[in-house]
Design a protein around this ligand. Structure first.
Ligand SMILES: [Fe+2]
Ligand SMILES: [Fe+2]
Length: 341
C-alpha cells in the first residue's frame, strides 16, 4: 500500500472521528440529490458506500468537483473541473473524497469539500462495495463440487442454466435488497449454504432408510432462487427491479426454469420434481409459495432455505451486541429476539 493510500479512511473509521476532523477516502456514489438551503442556495446530499457501509454527506456550494476519470491524464497534472453532465451521472462511480466531520444539533455530520471522479478501470466500483465474507474463489470451488457430485443428466442441466451472462449474474448478485446476504456474491453464498445443508440432510435421511434423491435435492437447492436474477439488480447498492416487485422471484424463477428445461429437453419427471421445489421453497402459502412441499426433496430444500435465512439473521443481529446486552432488538422478519450466548 502506498503512502497516499494508507491515509485513506473507511466509512467505519470516519463514523468514529471527532468533530472537526478532516479525512480522505474512496467511495462509490450511491445517490446524489441537489437541494436548496433556506436562502435558496443550491447544495448536494450525497450517499456513498464502501465495504464497511454507507454514509450520507452534505456538499455545500463552495466545494470543488474534479475529473480524473481520463486514463491518459498524467497523475501529476492538475485535474480538470468536473462537467455538469458527468456530475449528474455520478451514481455508481468510484470517487475520491476530501471531507470533514462537523457537529449539528449534537449529531455528527459529514461535509465533502472536494470530490474527484476517478478512473473507473483503475478504481473499479465493485472493489469498494460490500461483498460476501467468503472469497469468490472458495464459493466457485464449492459450486463446482456440488454440480460434479450429480449424475451427468442433472449436472449438465445445472451447467446449461448457469451459463454465460446468467452465470456472471448468479456469481455477482446479492440474495436480497435487505434482510439477508444483501451484498455482492450474496446470492451465490446463500445458494451454496442452502444446497450444502440440504445435501447433508438428504444423505442423513437416506442413511435412515428414507427414499430420497440426493441429486434432485442438489439441483433444487442450486436453482431454488433462480428468479432472483430477475428480481434484483446490482448497482452501487442492491436494488429491486420492477419485475421483482410485481411478479416476485418465485414466479420469475419458475417461468425461467420451465423455458430452459424445455429448451434443453430435460426429462419430464426431473422437470416436474425440480419445478415443484422452486415453487414450494418458501414452505407455506402465506410466505409466497403457491404450493407447499409435497416430496422429501422439496421438504429438505425449503427447510434448509429457512434455516440459512434464520441463522444469517442471528449472525447479523448479534454481531454488535455486548456482554451486558446479549439480547438483540426485536427482529421483525423472523419474529424473535436473538441471543448471543
Ligand atoms: Fe426464495
Ligand atoms: Fe433462498
Amino acid at each position: 500500500m502506498s503512502d497516499a493510500q494508507s491515509i485513506l479512511k473507511n466509512s467505519q473509521e470516519i463514523r468514529k472521528l471527532g468533530s472537526g476532523t478532516s479525512f480522505k477516502a474512496i467511495f462509490v456514489v450511491s445517490s446524489l440529490f441537489q437541494k436548496n438551503d433556506k436562502n435558496g442556495k443550491p447544495y448536494y446530499e450525497m450517499a456513498v458506500t464502501d465495504s464497511f457501509g454507507t454514509i450520507e454527506a452534505k456538499i455545500w456550494s463552495d466545494a470543488s468537483w474534479f475529473d480524473r476519470s481520463d486514463p491518459n491524464m498524467e497523475a501529476s497534472s492538475t485535474a480538470k473541473r468536473l462537467e455538469d453532465e458527468k456530475l449528474r451521472s455520478l451514481a455508481g462511480c468510484s470517487v475520491g473524497i476530501d471531507g470533514k466531520t462537523t457537529e449539528f444539533r449534537g449529531q455528527t455530520q459529514f461535509n465533502f469539500n472536494k470530490i474527484t471522479l476517478l478512473d473507473q478501470d483503475k478504481f473499479p466500483p465493485s472493489q469498494y462495495l460490500p461483498r460476501s465474507p467468503i472469497s469468490l474463489e472458495e464459493l466457485v470451488k464449492r459450486y463446482e463440487e456440488l454440480v460434479s457430485s450429480c449424475r451427468p443428466e442433472v449436472a449438465e442441466f445445472i451447467r446449461f442454466v448457469y451459463d454465460g451472462d446468467t452465470w456472471k449474474q448468479f456469481r455477482d448478485w446479492p440474495a436480497a435488497v435487505s434482510h439477508h446476504h444483501a451484498y455482492a456474491n450474496g446470492l451465490l453464498e446463500h445458494t451454496l449454504s442452502v444446497t450444502d445443508c440440504a445435501k447433508s440432510m438428504a444423505e442423513s435421511l437416506r442413511t435412515s432408510g428414507y427414499d430420497i434423491d440426493v441429486d434432485i435435492v442438489v439441483a433444487g437447492g442450486l436453482l431454488h432462487d433462480l428468479g432472483k436474477l430477475g428480481s434484483y439488480r446490482m448497482g452501487s447498492i442492491p436494488e429491486m427491479t420492477l419485475e421483482g416487485a410485481v411478479l416476485d422471484h418465485i414466479a420469475i424463477g419458475y417461468s425461467k426454469f420451465m423455458e430452459l428445461a424445455e429448451k434443453s429437453g430435460l426429462d419430464n419427471s426431473l422437470k416436474l420434481q425440480i419445478a415443484h421445489i422452486l415453487l414450494s421453497h418458501h414452505g407455506q402459502r402465506e410466505f409466497g409459495s403457491p404450493v407447499v412441499p409435497a416430496t422429501p426433496e422439496a421438504m429438505v430444500v425449503s427447510s434448509a432455505d429457512e434455516l440459512d435465512f434464520r441463522v444469517f439473521c442471528w449472525k447479523d443481529s448479534v454481531k454488535d451486541l455486548t456482554e451486558d446486552q446479549p439480547i438483540s432488538q426485536w427482529h421483525q422478519a423472523t419474529g424473535r429476539r436473538f441471543w448471543n450466548r
